[in-house]
Design a binder for this molecule. Structure first.
Ligand SMILES: C[S@@+](CC[C@H](N)C(=O)[O-])C[C@H]1O[C@@H](n2cnc3c(N)ncnc32)[C@H](O)[C@@H]1O
Length: 240
């Protein structure tokens, strides 16, 4: 089964059954802050899924291009609302719909973890690098590589027998009946890929839930970060 088949099949369940409270508190809100201004900015949401984050960006006044390989996910996203958002189904990771240097910032939320091959991640990161303006940010949000075996409110990721880059990880998302696999990479793997493409990694966030004793529903989010957020800045190669 291809990624497209898998996500076409689970797009609806992921959209309306998954209890993603942890992703909102410790992931998307951090990505939003790291964008450092959204209104009026041209932002690419790569692998936008059913468009929950794209909708926030659009509502905050960004001009969003939101792309995904899954037609079903894009269909749900369009129903959510299209204010300021151009939704597109893409094939073969092809971003030719965008001009070079035409976007201010890009995000990829929980997308690279669905890809086993580094070559695919590198190809997408290379294209995003070209589409960004000089000084543009690319923000990557992923499950934390060290989140395995913890009991988080929104997810559990199994510890495999052996672990290396590309190892499949069985994932249970709270509310979803269908377990699925994502693919493991270390923090260093992500940083290396982004640096090799030409980005400078300027911020890494590994948020946990702090304080809020009244929010008794949190689980291991209080002791370990479930998510990894890497902000990469486009730097132009030196030329004289
Ligand atoms: C875990 S979901 C995350 C969706 C969304 N970013 C979010 O945060 O809710 C992963 C998404 O990546 C998309 N995806 C996987 N491979 C892709 C590819 N090669 N190109 C574009 N999108 C892809 C899937 O279709 C799916 O919608």
């Amino acid at each position: 089964m291809t990624n497209k088949d898998i996500w076409n099949e689970i797009a609806k369940e992921y959209d309306n059954q998954y209890h993603a409270i942890m992703d909102w508190r410790l992931g998307y809100s951090v990505v939003e802050d790291l964008l450092e201004g959204i209104g009026g900015k041209k932002i690419l949401d790569y692998g936008c899924g059913s468009g929950k984050f794209s909708k926030i960006l659009g509502d905050l006044g960004a001009l969003v291009t939101a792309v995904d390989v899954s037609e079903n996910a894009i269909e749900i996203a369009k129903q959510r609302g299209k204010t300021n958002i151009d939704y597109r189904v893409i094939k073969d990771d092809n971003l030719s719909l965008l001009e070079e240097g035409s976007i201010d910032n890009a995000v990829a939320n929980f997308v690279f973890c669905t890809m086993q091959q580094d070559a695919q991640v590198i190809n997408i990161a290379q294209q995003i690098y070209k589409k960004l303006n000089p000084d543009g940010y690319f923000i990557v949000l992923e499950p934390h590589p060290k989140s395995l075996g913890y009991d988080f409110i929104s997810m559990k990721r199994e510890i495999p027998k052996e672990i290396k880059s590309g190892t499949p990880i069985k994932v249970e998302l709270t509310g979803m009946d269908t377990p699925f696999y994502d693919y493991w990479r270390s923090k260093e793997d992500y940083v290396k890929i982004l640096k090799n493409v030409g980005f400078e990694v300027d911020v890494i966030k590994e948020p946990i839930v702090e304080n809020c004793p009244h929010e008794t529903f949190w689980k291991d989010e209080r002791i370990h970060s479930p998510l990894l957020i890497v902000r990469a800045k486009k730097v132009l190669p030196y030329s004289n």
